[in-house]
Design a protein. Structure first.
Length: 353
């Protein structure tokens, strides 16, 4: 357990000792007796045993209620289901009020049970409910601050990694340019085309993906280059169908970089089998300049079925899901389905939502 956690629990313990002592002092029944010893009057405070036991149980119930709200009901609140949170909180309070009834009935009997003050106990639970809600807000703030700090650290680490990796891309560009010159000299058209497209892909990854957003038009161009580069792997005799249908009404729409390409990579990785008929179908539509609808489907070859089912095969898609949750919270719909011989992805982004 971390030092921070130990300090947090110590603070909780001290506060509960203070609150418990205050409740005990206020609510326990006591009597005062004066005794004379050697001519000296001594005042004694005698606490009623039943009242002491009853008050300690009441304090225990309040503590349990407090932490149920902080660590269980708070999950409903964090999920922004506020109405459900309020209903759950009221339900828990009612449950503890019923338990309190039985506490009084068991310790005091029917007479005390009849005169039991419901209102006083309700106010106590509302008081501790308010305290626990403040605790929830503090924990939420700490969590957000920790997340912000982690994002800063991750960004710094990524920037350092980028600086370290800048040498390699420049070397690759120079090497590719040399290979391009050689292939053009020897009139090797397909090789020249492949090198040119690979250069464009590298240039995009280095130059454009460092920004928070890029033009959708550039993302589409990247996908087209990636598709054309993959086409070089196939001959005309291969029964492979590759389609990319897209509208041209981009209108300077911007998206997060490299958001769509992982789905395309996944489709080519698991969907293309040069020994069997296979396909990759991609479409990108824009509605009213507000909604981007991206679809990608591919065949699933039997030879790559095991790769698709492996844990490592889903890492790229998991990364995209995490990025979408961070960059487009509540403004995207992602639907991924897998059938026996077909894998389908549909992503909708709601812009300016």
């Amino acid at each position: 357990m971390s030092v921070k956690k130990i300090i947090e629990w110590l603070i909780n313990l001290i506060l509960w000792v203070l609150l418990g002592y205050t409740m005990f002092f206020l609510f326990v029944e006591k009597s005062v007796e004066i005794e004379s010893i050697n001519g000296e009057e001594i005042t004694k405070v005698i606490y009623n045993k039943k009242s002491t036991k009853s008050t300690l149980l009441s304090i225990l119930f309040k503590i349990i209620f407090y932490y149920i709200n902080v660590y269980l009901l708070s999950k409903i609140f964090d999920a922004k289901r506020h109405f459900k949170y309020i209903l759950s909180l009221v339900g828990v309070i009612l449950l503890f009020l019923i338990i309190d009834y039985f506490r009084v009935l068991y310790l005091y009997g029917v007479d005390k049970f009849v005169s039991y003050s419901i209102l006083t106990n309700i106010w106590q639970y509302l008081f501790f409910g308010s305290l626990s809600f403040v605790h929830i807000i503090v924990l939420r703030w700490q969590k957000e601050e920790a997340l912000k700090q982690k994002l800063k650290e991750d960004k710094l680490a990524a920037e350092l990694q980028l600086l370290k990796s800048q040498i390699n891309p420049h070397f690759l560009f120079n090497a590719l340019n040399n290979l391009l010159s050689i292939s053009e000299k020897h009139e090797q058209t397909e090789v020249s085309s492949g090198i040119s497209q690979l250069s464009e892909l590298l240039r995009f990854l280095i130059r454009d993906t460092s920004d928070n957003t890029i033009l959708l038009e550039k993302e589409v161009a990247f996908i087209k280059n990636y598709i054309e580069l993959n086409r070089l792997r196939f001959d005309e005799k291969d029964i492979i169908e590759i389609k990319f249908q897209t509208s041209d009404n981009y209108n300077d729409i911007e998206v997060a970089p490299s958001l769509l390409i992982p789905f395309v990579e996944n489709a080519f990785k698991h969907g293309i089998d040069i020994y069997n008929p296979s396909f990759v179908h991609i479409s990108l539509d824009i509605f009213d300049n507000q909604v981007i609808n991206f679809k990608c489907s591919n065949s699933i070859s039997k030879t790559k079925q095991n790769d698709l089912n492996s844990k490592r095969s889903g890492i790229g898609l998991q990364n995209v899901k995490q990025r979408l949750a961070i960059l487009y919270p509540d403004t995207h719909d992602l639907n991924i389905n897998k059938e026996d011989d077909r894998f389908f992805v549909e992503l909708k982004l709601y812009l300016n939502a």
